[in-house]
Design a protein around this ligand. Structure first.
Ligand SMILES: Cc1cc2nc3c(=O)[nH]c(=O)nc-3n(C[C@H](O)[C@H](O)[C@H](O)COP(=O)(O)OP(=O)(O)OC[C@H]3O[C@@H](n4cnc5c(N)ncnc54)[C@H](O)[C@@H]3O)c2cc1C
Length: 385
């Protein structure tokens, strides 16, 4: 059991979001300790893809957070050597429509995004192959989103933690949020000793509800399972992140049933990553042949050459799903000193930088760059914990 120590902020969860909170809080001058029961990026961060997307977000608070986050990712990537270390690639996204009706809906969606500050460039059917030569013939058209980018999530989390200079405590499970007599948070108890701090940040991703419960409050974060299919390494045949327009509807859906829509992207290392499936089946880690079959079939419809490519492996993760598809970011009025930064569902890599930046502003008493009201942690009915 280690001796208790004191710092300004203890961040629970060393995934992408906790790493970004740690970096920006440390840059704001706070003494931060980052604690995780496993290694850095051992949760969902190590089990997803690394797209930093504006293309799939409708105008509103999540898009505003994505735009802020995208600018911060660019700043980070421009820092010496970080871009290559985290495999930052400003590759852009291409959203394709198979039918004229689908294209009309996609262009209407893109017009709304443009009004909100997104670069969204219509691509006619006869120019599509200039952008992506291997795409299937006969598609109705597309929209090109140059602001979409990509990182390698586990590397990004690790390098942000390193850049923060904060104390990193891995292999320690938080078992209790310590409280003062008036109920305020005053640190955490772990299975290897206490950490005392006037601010506790819940960055526990899909396990955010369990950490909130350790402080006596409810937060409805649920797992939303997703599989990724990984091909053998190939030369760069897919240049952008390419996905079908119906992906946006799947992301926004509340259905618990299996949904798949093709999402295909090349990586710096060569393998092509194929997603995206979504289903709410708790923390069930079983392999699902139906889900994988649908992913392969959808990707092959977009890129016929994939029918001759071997899939080497698959992996799965649990997106931190909240019922209104928005994360919880900010102070918890029910427990002074408790802050949340979790529930980013399928966008936590992209949204991590903005989340960390906003949280650091709150922690240091500044006015956040975005209105945090839509992200209030207490916006859901309080359940028994
Ligand atoms: C298949 C798939 C594809 C995805 N693709 C993308 C994508 O392209 N772009 C994107 O932006 N997002 C994507 N996501 C979503 C993204 O991966 C998540 O939103 C993000 O990783 C969440 O990060 P986090 O830091 O909040 O949580 P996590 O990475 O899960 O980190 C939480 C950490 O908290 C720790 N923890 C929990 N409880 C405790 C405790 N009691 N004590 C100590 N530590 C604790 C865990 O060990 C874990 O390390 C994808 C997800 C999946 C599953």
């Amino acid at each position: 059991m280690s001796k208790p120590f004191t710092c300004d902020v203890v961040v629970v969860g060393a995934g992408m979001v906790g790493a970004a909170c740690t970096l920006y809080a440390a840059r704001a001058g706070l003494d931060v300790a980052l604690v995780d029961r496993g290694p850095v990026a051992g949760g969902t961060t190590g089990a997803g893809e690394g797209n930093l997307l504006v293309s799939d977000k409708e105008p509103g608070p999540e898009l505003d957070l994505a735009l802020l986050s995208g600018r911060l990712w660019v700043d980070l990537a421009e820092a010496t050597e970080l871009a290559s270390a985290i495999e930052y690639e400003a590759k852009g996204g291409v959203v394709v429509a198979a039918t004229p009706e689908g294209l009309t809906a996609l262009e209407t969606f893109a017009a709304g995004q443009r009004a909100a500050g997104v670069a969204a460039v219509p691509v006619a059917a006869d120019r599509l192959h200039d952008l992506e030569p291997q795409l299937a013939p006969g598609l109705a058209g597309a929209v090109h989103y140059p602001q979409d980018a990509q990182v390698m999530p586990a590397l990004a989390a690790a390098h942000l933690v390193r850049a923060s200079g904060a104390r990193l405590l891995t292999g320690r499970t938080v078992t209790e949020v310590l409280r003062t007599a008036d109920g305020s948070a005053r640190g955490v108890r772990t299975d290897r000793g206490e950490i005392h701090a006037p601010a506790v940040v819940n960055a526990a991703g899909t396990w955010g509800s369990a950490v909130a419960a350790l402080a006596g409050v409810s937060l409805p974060v649920l797992p939303r399972r997703g599989f990724v299919l990984v091909t053998e390494p190939l030369p760069r045949l897919v240049r952008h992140k390419v996905y079908a327009a119906d992906y946006v509807a799947d992301v926004a859906s509340d259905s618990a049933a299996l949904q798949t829509s093709p999402v295909v992207e090349g990586t710096a290392a060569g393998p092509i990553l194929i997603g995206a499936s979504r289903e709410r089946v708790g923390f069930d880690r079983s392999f699902s042949l139906p889900a994988l079959r649908e992913l392969a079939a959808g990707a092959t419809r977009l890129f016929p050459f994939l029918s001759g490519v071997r899939a080497l492996r698959t992996y799965l993760g649990f997106r931190p799903y909240m019922p209104d598809h928005l994360p919880a970011i900010g102070p918890d009025p029910r427990v002074p000193g408790l802050f949340h930064a979790c529930g980013h569902e399928g966008a936590g890599i992209g949204l991590a930088t903005g989340t960390g930046h906003l949280l650091a502003q709150i922690l240091t008493g500044r006015t956040p760059d975005l209105d945090l009201a839509p992200f209030r942690p207490d916006r859901f009915p309080q359940e028994a914990v």
